[in-house]
Design a protein around this ligand. Structure first.
Ligand SMILES: [Zn+2]
Ligand SMILES: [Zn+2]
Length: 566
């Protein structure tokens, strides 16, 4: 029997003669999507995303999937396929590619945006990027992969049809069905129904909007709203949205051109994405439309529109700085119209509200999502999810890309369209779904989870560091420094108490004096009890001091005794 991986619980069998589908991220959560497919000596992976940290992950910049399983099976790793260029699908890619060299497949725009990211990380040269279209067929070992176009809030999004010896598996990627797409490129409906006709073993489908009834509105409805605002606004119009939503940027450009406004682009990611999308032909802009931010003042207010990042209220982003009157180049004036054309990513609500408040205070007219139709989702609602299920008609169904309740609602939809209830698997990251002889069952678990990235550190921040950061952020820290005599154990100097984030020292002299006395008497008592090992001394001081401080203040600061010998 072959032990396939050391980190997780080993599977009962090896991978010979069976297909294993292993989600390594994106299940029970929104973000860090990654799915491994293994058959025999071959493994392919779909997507390598990141996730933005949750509130309790203090100081963490981003979160990526644990790729231990990929590392342990690197000799099988044939290729990495990308559905589209959103961060929750490509954001983890640089970290994967720094550990594992593997060819990356994606559509032109996806690879264009990936290229910029890999260049930033200094690993573009060493990476093989292979462009695909809906005509491509990639054969890698036991797998044959082709893709079909879907609609989404970034162009060039695809789903994958993966031929395996066990049968055909379809992974949708993020999708909606837009009947009037901005770029005129429809989803590959015929291809999807043809896959259904051929017979599909399993479907993995986007669950993001499984709770929303009906259909998601067309991106074009946003265009109509933007057009109207651009036409009627007397002053400047400042529009903020996701830098990757090229369709929306296109509609802003069209609206500006129709209302004879020049467009200044502010924010690094917005500038970069517009350049890439234009280069690759995904964005149509008249030669005279764009102007430099420095030239804004040369035009009348009603001849100008600004396109900017910061729709999530990110503290360092352009719009947030403008709202705080802290942007180097752009000020917001009373009479400006600001459109925030995005919906908050959960967790960002507060910072967005703060930005909106600040904009209103300046005297701007602010249009944001909860008030009017300046945003539509990029993910299909219930009727579109059912449509996908009816196109593909899978034997087995796995709701992916969503939190647990979304996966469950999606499972309900699948049952409603006729998928056998026992053939629906609501999986978790690290679960393995095994197919043998056309029958699926859950196998063992592999190592999966979150790797936190803080600054340059990848994975060095774990639960213990986070617990400390949490304690520090709640009640602060108290450092006790004391020097003991090596011979006698008596106090030579100190105790000195330094506090940060606990109490204001100048107003707490009594409390800290008493804390000093308690440390001294505790050390004396420990000495008479013949306790003189470091741990014993430190624990004694920490316990006595913590008890006293809690009694006096009902706070539990972190107490850090530093005991030196001289
Ligand atoms: Zn997406
Ligand atoms: Zn996504």
């Amino acid at each position: 029997m072959v032990k396939e991986f050391g980190g997780g619980v080993p599977l009962s069998k090896n991978f010979t003669n069976k297909l294993s589908i292993i989600p390594l991220g994106g299940l029970g959560e929104i973000g860090k999507n990654m799915t491994a497919y293994v058959y025999g000596n071959d493994m392919i992976v779909v997507d390598a995303g990141l996730k933005f940290p949750e509130e309790e992950m203090l100081g963490v910049d981003i979160v990526i999937p644990d790729i231990t399983f990929l590392v342990e099976n690197k000799h099988k790793f044939r290729g990495l396929f990308l559905t589209h260029a959103h961060e929750d699908h490509i954001g983890g890619l640089p970290y994967v590619l720094k550990t594992l060299q593997v060819p990356v497949y994606g559509t032109r725009l996806t690879l264009g945006l990936v290229e910029a990211k890999l260049r930033e990380h200094g690993i573009l040269e060493q990476t093989k990027l292979i462009p695909i279209t809906n005509q491509s067929e990639i054969k890698l070992g036991h797998f044959k992969v082709s893709c079909f176009y879907v609609n989404h809030s970034i162009p060039d999004s695809v789903g994958f049809a993966i031929d395996t010896p066990e049968g055909l598996v379809v992974q949708t990627g993020d999708f909606k069905f837009d009947q009037t797409p901005v770029d005129g490129r429809h989803a590959d409906y015929a291809k999807m129904t043809a896959l259904g006709e051929r017979g599909v073993l399993a479907l993995l489908s986007d669950s993001t909007n499984a709770e929303r009834p009906g259909f998601t509105m067309s991106e074009r409805t946003v265009g109509a709203t933007i057009d109207e605002v651009f036409r009627n606004a007397q002053g400047r119009v400042i529009l903020s949205t996701f830098a990757s939503n090229i369709h929306r940027l296109q509609q802003v450009i069209y609206a500006a051109e129709r209302s004879s406004r020049k467009v200044a682009v502010i924010g690094r990611s917005m500038v970069n994405n517009i350049a890439i999308a234009r280069d690759l032909g995904y964005l149509q802009v008249q030669p005279t439309t764009l102007i430099e931010p420095d030239d804004i003042s040369r035009y009348e207010a009603r001849e100008v529109a600004l396109l900017t990042t910061g729709s999530q209220g990110e503290p360092m982003s352009a719009l947030t700085r403008m709202a705080r009157a802290a942007h180097r180049k752009v000020e917001i004036y009373p009479g400006d119209t600001v459109i925030i054309a995005s919906s908050p990513i959960p967790g960002n609500e507060k910072s967005i509200s703060r930005t909106i408040d600040q904009l209103f205070r300046i005297g701007a007219h602010v249009i944001y999502q909860s008030v009017s139709g300046v945003h539509v989702s990029g993910h299909g609602s219930q009727e579109e999810l059912k449509l996908m299920l009816n196109f593909i008609r899978p034997k087995y169904f796995v709701p992916v890309h969503g939190e647990f309740r979304m996966q469950n609602r999606h499972a309900e939809l699948a049952r409603a369209t006729g998928v056998e209830p026992n053939n629906i698997f609501i999986m978790d990251n690290g679960d393995t779904l095994e197919f043998q002889g056309g029958v699926a069952r859950l196998g063992g678990k592999v190592q999966a989870g979150a790797v936190m990235i803080d600054g340059l550190g990848v994975g060095d921040v774990g639960n213990i560091v986070l617990r400390d950061r949490k304690l520090l952020s709640q009640d602060g820290i108290l450092v006790v420094v004391v020097t003991l005599s090596k011979q006698t154990g008596t106090i030579l100097s100190g105790p000195d108490i330094i506090s940060r984030g606990f109490v204001y020292v100048r107003e707490s002299e009594e409390l800290l004096d008493e804390a000093n006395r308690i440390v001294s008497s505790t050390l004396q008592k420990l000495a008479t009890d013949n306790i003189n090992d470091w741990n014993g001394l430190k624990t004694g001081v920490r316990d006595a001091l913590s008890r006293y401080l809690y009694e006096q203040t009902r706070r539990r600061p972190m107490v850090l005794p530093i005991i030196m010998e001289a």
